[in-house]
Design a protein around this ligand. Structure first.
Ligand code: ASP
Ligand code: CP
Length: 326
């Protein structure tokens, strides 16, 4: 059985299936070492080949995932469902919490206690930073964060890292530029934190009011990473190996005038891409709302649709790992 800082997690599987991920929560990318990441990406590769060859397996047959979303989602929710079903398991989908007992005032701890009576693993997206940690404190089954407010989106960070590796064949020696809403972008926080483990150079491109949080910058500096900030994509377009573009997160602004002032700050067009390296990768966690022009979509360097597909393989790997089957 796996244990977590919150206590022992029992997931009803045989003890001989013990593994370092077995029974663990996935709350923050800070919990992964480089060997952990290599391992998860290797399992994701195996999942890709299973899906490509036969579509599905029965590895998690008899297991149930509760997919609990307090915020909107297309990719994360549906890729977790697809991941669980392709592994032979099934899903309790709670995607409109307004139709659940949350609307009667039920607390997060009680909702988690309820779902773990029926499920072996719970995926949680919530608007508050730290909500997944709270859930994990009350749960005896693994909690996987699907994004907590402006905090982290660890499974997205993992699929982003996996995408870079897949597209460029390495994670070391790269110049990664992250563009857009770096303040509220939880996917940026997770990917930047993961990159501290690799020999990456990082450039953060944003308007002044959307700069990367200081704590993330401090982590990168402590890990010895070279970090530069600018508000111009032009400063980095020709040098970057990865350009990771993000949406300005309208839902996180208290003052909508501030949002209006910055929402169209960056738009990646074919003209801008003409100045980028021939072998580089353009990424976006999606959804996009204008930051990457549709005319860029057929550029072979545009990896955002492949990035989405990679999410399913990474989530298959994570589900198998926390349930002791990887
Ligand atoms: N889908 C990602 C998230 O939930 C990025 C975004 O919404 O802009 O964080
Ligand atoms: N990338 C991502 O988290 O997408 P969704 O918000 O659609 O899940």
């Amino acid at each position: 059985m796996g244990s977590t800082p919150n206590g022992i997690k029992i997931v009803g599987l045989a003890p001989e299936l013990n593994h370092s991920f077995y029974g663990r929560d996935i709350i923050s990318v800070g919990q992964f070492s480089r060997p952990d990441l290599t391992y998860i990406m290797g399992v994701a590769d195996e999942m890709r080949s299973v899906v490509r060859r036969v579509g599905a397996t029965d590895l998690l047959k008899g297991h149930i995932l509760a997919n609990l979303f307090y915020e909107p989602s297309t990719r994360t929710s549906s890729s977790f469902i697809a991941a669980m079903e392709r592994l032979g398991g099934s899903v309790i989908p709670i995607h409109g919490v307004q139709y659940s007992s949350v609307s009667k005032g039920e607390s997060l701890p009680d909702t988690i206690r309820t779902l773990e009576c029926y499920a072996d693993v719970i995926v949680l997206r919530h608007p508050e930073v730290g909500a997944s940690e709270v859930a994990a404190r009350y749960a005896t089954k693994p909690i996987i964060s699907a994004g907590d407010g402006v905090g982290e989106h660890p499974t997205q960070g993992l699929l982003d890292l996996y995408t870079i590796y897949h597209e460029l064949g390495t994670l070391d020696g790269l110049h990664v530029a992250m563009v857009g809403d770096l303040k509220h972008g939880r996917t940026v926080h997770s990917l930047a934190r993961l990159l501290r483990l690799y020999d990456a150079r990082l450039t953060f491109v944003s308007p002044e009011i959307l700069r990367l949080p200081e704590d993330v910058k401090r982590e990168l500096a402590a890990a010895g990473r070279i970090v530069t900030e600018t508000d111009k994509v032009e400063d980095v377009i020709a040098a970057a190996d990865v350009i990771y573009v993000t949406r300005v997160q309208k839902e996180r602004f208290a003052d909508l005038d501030e949002y209006e002032a910055v929402k169209d700050y960056y738009v990646i067009t074919p003209k801008i891409m003409a100045r980028a390296k021939e072998h580089m990768v353009l990424m976006h966690p999606l959804p996009r709302v204008g930051e990457i022009h549709a005319d860029v979509d057929n550029d072979p360097r545009a990896a955002y649709f492949r990035q989405m597909e990679n999410g399913m393989y990474i989530r298959m790997a994570l589900l198998a790992a926390v349930l002791g089957k990887a």
